[in-house]
Design a protein around this ligand. Sequence first.
Ligand SMILES: CC(=O)N[C@H]1[C@@H](OP(=O)(O)OP(=O)(O)OC[C@H]2O[C@@H](n3ccc(=O)[nH]c3=O)[C@H](O)[C@@H]2O)O[C@H](CO)[C@@H](O)[C@@H]1O[C@H](C)C(=O)N[C@@H](C)C(=O)N[C@H](CCC(=O)O)C(=O)O
Ligand SMILES: Nc1ncnc2c1ncn2[C@@H]1O[C@H](COP(=O)(O)OP(=O)(O)OP(=O)(O)O)[C@@H](O)[C@H]1O
Length: 487
Amino acid sequence: MKILKDILYRVPMEAVVGSTSVTINAVEFDSRKVELNDAFVAIRGTISDGHEFIDKAVNQGAIAVICEAMPERIVNGVTYIQVENSKKALAFMAANFYENPSENLKLVGVTGTNGKTTIATLLYHLFTKAGFKVGLLSTVNIRIADQVFPATHTTPDSLMINSYLKKMNEEGVEYCFMEVSSHGIAQERTTALKFAGGIFTNLSHDHLDYHNTFAEYRDVKKSFFDHLPASAFALVNVDDKNGAVMLQNTKAKKYTYALKSYADYSAQILENQFGGLLLKLNGNEVWSKLIGNFNAYNIVAIYAAAELLGLETQESLRLISELNSVSGRFQYVVSKKKITAIVDYAHTPDALKNVLETINEIRTKNEELITVVGCGGDRDKTKRPIMGKIAAALSTKVVFTSDNPRTEDPEMILKDVEAGVEPQDFKKTMTVVNRMQAIKTACQLAEDNDIILIAGKGHETYQEVNGKRSDFDDFKIVTDFLNQLDK
Ligand SMILES: CC(=O)N[C@H]1[C@@H](OP(=O)(O)OP(=O)(O)OC[C@H]2O[C@@H](n3ccc(=O)[nH]c3=O)[C@H](O)[C@@H]2O)O[C@H](CO)[C@@H](O)[C@@H]1O[C@H](C)C(=O)N[C@@H](C)C(=O)N[C@H](CCC(=O)O)C(=O)O
Ligand SMILES: Nc1ncnc2c1ncn2[C@@H]1O[C@H](COP(=O)(O)OP(=O)(O)OP(=O)(O)O)[C@@H](O)[C@H]1O
């Protein structure tokens, strides 16, 4: 329980009707969750307008309403606060309600189009290995030291973030690494958090359905760095042309990393094979079990962040070499016959192309690349033929199969995917609707030293067919089939 005026600290108010000394049980922004003596924050969303649910929230017992426009009906005994921006108000109220937990640990945000999950998760493991209690807020899951919770978003809403950070405080967590999505920034989910650092990975065309233009998308990312405090570090990839943009107006201490450009932290790839990467990081050689050019970026970023957070160089190099691939992000297993199976979340044309090109850079001509891929149902249909075309063009064999067909007919989805294959690539492809059978087929097709890529579902542990979810784990399934073949 908290006093309303205490949780309104730092919220600019335009008008107040009623008392701000009332006691609040909880803060809610969804009327369906409001209970007696809660404060309801009305938010204008993408689908509906929370202001339309003010009456409902009050009828359910809300003792305070925070809104951008005062409702026509003012109920006696209820406090109404008008603010300019409800999402921002919610962010500050959430932080105040949970007693500003981000101030009691070192919080580092990772933003950019690709690599957020990988970098945040690797940093979580690096600092855990270094003996610290660590937190993680990521697309795959939420971790508080060794406890694991399911994630609903890449960046959860501000109430959820602060409630998890509060739990981290209670558990003695010293560092927390979190993914910061552009939706999260635009919707003020991370406003009112105190960051010790921010990391920028890269920027490519994505989410333009939400942000309208690339410039708007870039500026949203930039605003995260604009709001970092002077005590924080801003660490950006300057091989990406938008890296420098991120640093333009930040008050934070500026640091850069790169493979190609001049930077404070630079990496050179000495070896790039399926066994791993040999890198030179600011003059220090380090071997990593992670594979692929883009993981060299991820490794130099975590090396830099670790140093900026005070980890000793030799210690961090030693621990970097112990890190394993992240669940569903270029996660791989090598069989006794030296068949490498890679599971990757790539479910967009860009991501699929990126992953296939990365594998092709490492693969020799004698090694086949067998790709297992499909497209989800009830989602963007235009990407299906494009992904079919990319998979067939960049692999030596392709097994098209179901992703999460959801409520659509899997065979019809696969027809759309096959339609994109160029005539000269037809003979490389086959279709096996059942994903388990498709993975088995790929394992049977593979010979010694070949590579299998299973794309699309990454870390997911279910498959949704006919609207029903059942257990399904690409990595576990392919590992089991490869083990059987090894016997
Ligand atoms: C498009 C989008 O981002 N929507 C997010 C947004 O919802 P919204 O504000 O648009 O909600 P709305 O349905 O229009 O409702 C407006 C308000 O009315 C309230 N309401 C609604 C109905 C009712 O009966 N009573 C009521 O009070 C709602 O609680 C809400 O406060 O704010 C909600 C609370 O934070 C989010 O859960 C929701 O995420 C939706 C589910 C979503 O799918 N978001 C995705 C796109 C997203 O955020 N993705 C990024 C990662 C992207 C990536 O990099 O891949 C992420 O960080 O996860
Ligand atoms: N630094 C990087 N640059 C480019 N691609 C990357 C990088 N790191 C990982 N990838 C690849 O990009 C895809 C997304 O990786 P990752 O999940 O780490 O990024 P993300 O930003 O968290 O995206 P999402 O929110 O969709 O999970 C995967 O296919 C992964 O293998």
